[in-house]
Design a protein around this ligand. Structure first.
Ligand code: ATP
Ligand code: MG
Length: 456
């Protein structure tokens, strides 16, 4: 046990290390990312699936392989104190999706194109691009056999990068064959590394007999020569695996998706076979992989289902958002179209009613409410209005109440800035819409609200 630190009741309790708050200033970026992802996936016919954040520990132990990084040292596992169940915060979502597909027999009629998004949990050393709670978007195509779906998934990623304005992400591709092919390679690989055992680092020695393929993935510079000279899995692929790999490549070429073949590319999980790929950038230091995926034909059977081929990918949202931030100078989103300023009890009542009517018309309204600073002087309310990013302040004071009018102040329009217009409350909505659309009613709805403004 850690030392039993006395906690002062007034001491601030901070969040868990490596688990981040996503603050309102960053929300527009997340929303833009999520909306883009959603529309791209929809445009390829992928359907969303939402699985629980907690799954039985056995699901990952069996699904990911006992000697993978994740299962060896990164999982948040615990015993449910109520009933003794062994549970784990999901470190990834493929296992959960496949469990769910099987549990609900989702591929009974036809293969399924699925996607998910949400937080994942891994107990890693927090650093740039590597967190303990992070987010992934992933897709899983379950029940598809051919290279066509592999290529489709890759092209879908390319479309997403294009739509997000990210140009500096490149594709690395490899095939790791099937189990028999990998076994023959593995035997030769172990023999090769044993011949050069004096050059292996501690990690490699540990993996030599458990997961020698992973040694090829080492980031240790001192081992690069050794690894470069090792037997290449590609040379062990049989006819069917090679044809599949060639099929993926030819579809990518036909669709002008550039790629490089990286014969050393392997994926961290045990369940992969044949096609594996990673999308990599040089802009994020050593955490440069923004998306990884591949085929995992054996997994469904490992989970007790009928043999069902499948392929998928998972991308790291935080890493992609960092790229988006770098590609965009400022990123702002106004909180609302209209900020409602009011003075006095009668005005407050009218402001509430007007606020609802303006919202009915499809505009976003922030109604000034009392805070610790008090109900707010006119001046301080106008300051809030300005800071909200609203296009208009709508002001209801004593005179407005008496005359059933509203005063509209243009906050963004420099020419109009000094202009305040007194508008009858009955025609306030028409006035606002007219101002927003520049007199063209048909445009209403396009201009209003919630728009994200990016300034390159
Ligand atoms: P890495 O080699 O960087 O540890 P990984 O092989 O463990 O990656 P995957 O399990 O393939 O990663 O997850 C897919 C993607 O999720 C990664 O390419 C990365 O973008 C993102 N990712 C993985 N782990 C983290 C993390 N701890 N924090 C932030 N993003 C992560
Ligand atoms: Mg990892």
């Amino acid at each position: 046990m850690a030392e039993n630190k006395k906690t002062d009741k007034t001491e601030k309790i901070l969040g868990v290390k490596g688990m981040n708050d996503i603050l309102p200033d960053d929300a527009p970026l997340w929303e833009l990312f999520e909306n883009t992802v959603q529309s791209v996936l929809k445009s390829y016919g992928y359907q969303q699936i939402r699985t629980p954040i907690v799954e039985p520990t056995a699901l990952f132990a069996r699904g990911l392989g006992a000697v993978t990084d994740i299962v060896e040292k990164e999982m948040y596992s615990f015993t449910d104190s109520m009933n003794g169940d062994e549970l784990t915060l999901r470190p990834e979502c493929t296992a959960g999706v496949v469990r769910s597909v099987l549990e609900h027999n989702l591929t009974y009629d036809a293969p399924k194109r699925l996607w998910y998004t949400g937080p994942m949990f891994r107990h890693e050393r927090p650093q740039r691009g590597r967190y303990r709670q992070f987010h992934q978007v992933g897709a899983e195509a379950v029940g598809f056999t051919g290279p066509d779906i592999d290529a489709e998934l890759i092209m879908l990623c390319q479309r997403l990068w294009d739509d997000l304005g990210l140009s500096d992400i490149r594709l690395e591709l490899n095939s790791i064959g099937d189990a028999a092919e990998r076994n023959r390679h593995r035997t030769d690989l172990i023999a090769y590394f044993e011949q050069h055992s004096e050059l292996l680092d501690a990690d490699a020695k540990r993996r030599l007999n458990s997961n020698p393929l992973r040694i090829l993935d080492t980031k240790n510079p001192a081992m690069q020569d050794l690894v470069n000279g090792a037997p290449k899995l590609l040379d062990y692929l049989g006819e069917a695996s090679l044809a599949h790999f060639e099929g993926v490549q030819s579809l990518l070429r036909h669709n002008n998706i550039p790629f490089t073949i990286n014969p050393r590319l392997v994926r961290g999980m045990d369940y992969y076979n044949r096609t594996v790929f990673e999308w990599v950038t040089d802009q994020l230091g050593s955490q440069g992989t923004v998306c990884g995926g591949g085929r995992y034909d054996p997994l469904v059977e490992m989970f007790g289902g009928k043999p069902t081929p499948a392929v998928g990918f998972a991308m790291g949202v935080e890493r992609l958002l960092e790229l988006m931030k770098a590609a965009t100078e400022t990123f702002s989103r106004s909180q609302c179209d209209v900020y409602l300023v009011h003075q006095g009890d009668a005005a407050q009542l009218q402001a509430f009613v007007l606020g609802e009517r303006i919202r009915d018309a499809g505009l976003d309204v922030v109604l000034h409410c009392a805070s610790a600073a008090g109900a707010g002087s006119f001046k301080s309310q106008m300051k809030r209005a300005d800071a909200s990013g609203a296009a208009f302040a709508v002001i209801i004071g004593e005179d407005e109440v008496a005359n059933s009018t509203a005063t509209v102040k243009h906050l963004r329009d420099a020419d109009n800035a000094s202009n305040q217009h007194s508008v009858p409350q009955d025609s306030l909505i028409d006035y606002l819409i007219d101002q927003i659309t520049g007199g063209d009613e048909h445009e209403h709805g396009h201009l209003h609200a919630g728009q994200i403004h990016t300034h390159h």
